[in-house]
Design a protein around this ligand. Sequence first.
Ligand SMILES: C[S@@+](CC[C@H](N)C(=O)[O-])C[C@H]1O[C@@H](n2cnc3c(N)ncnc32)[C@H](O)[C@@H]1O
Length: 252
Amino acid sequence: MRPLDDIAGAARGGTLYGVGVGPGDVRYLTLRAAGIVRSVDVIGYFAKQGLQGVARRIVAPLMERGRDELRLEYPVTSELAVDDPAYRAQIGDFYHRSAGSIADHLRQGRSVALLAEGDPFFYGSFMHMWRRLQCEFPVEVVPGVTGMSGCWTRANAPITWGDDTLSILPGTLPEDALAERLARADAAVIMKVGRNLAKVKRAVAAVGLTARAIYVERGTMENERIVPLEQCRSEKGPYFSMVLIPGRGRRL
Ligand SMILES: C[S@@+](CC[C@H](N)C(=O)[O-])C[C@H]1O[C@@H](n2cnc3c(N)ncnc32)[C@H](O)[C@@H]1O
């Protein structure tokens, strides 16, 4: 039997890795993700001002002291609306500068891993770096267990049966658009619930789905909370929160 490190493989110089680190529990990293985290020259991660960064926290048990790190700190997060021109200007400039910092390391032949909570290609900030750097540098994307997969697993809720269609909806949609799409779905995952929780609850109730809905905070992380949506009294949730509506398709 080959050793796990051998199967996982190591990072190559001058390459950018988009590493999906899964939904929170470090044991849900793939072998490849763990291999890259342990061998790469520079560990990069996005973080909100004053916070450690969730993806960085997830891999903490795999990190030895003295590793070279590149912390990319958002200049703004929820203080401005995403359609505010000031938000677009500041975030656009931040991504441009972040890509420049990563490129500096890559040009010097260093390998860089940019950590992504869940999967890098699923609503991930990594995509903004991938878009800017992939023409100039070799890039490998390491898929991760998505947050929603971690959440429905921890909620013990199979999400789709038989021919069920699954709708993935951002909780940032207007209430009537959410309700209209929920009405057509067999099963649904509502992401980005956090400050949209009250609106999401109203939309789910409007189409008669509250009794089937499950609310999950920080699935697989410390302080995980899982309750039927009808028992959730909060008007706001943490950033890492979602609502699951499992399908009821063919069961044999
Ligand atoms: C910008 S998206 C990132 C998605 C991530 N790339 C993935 O693969 O799941 C952030 C949203 O994902 C959801 N999310 C991701 N992981 C979660 C978790 N462990 N528990 C609850 N919600 C989670 C939340 O709705 C959060 O607002």
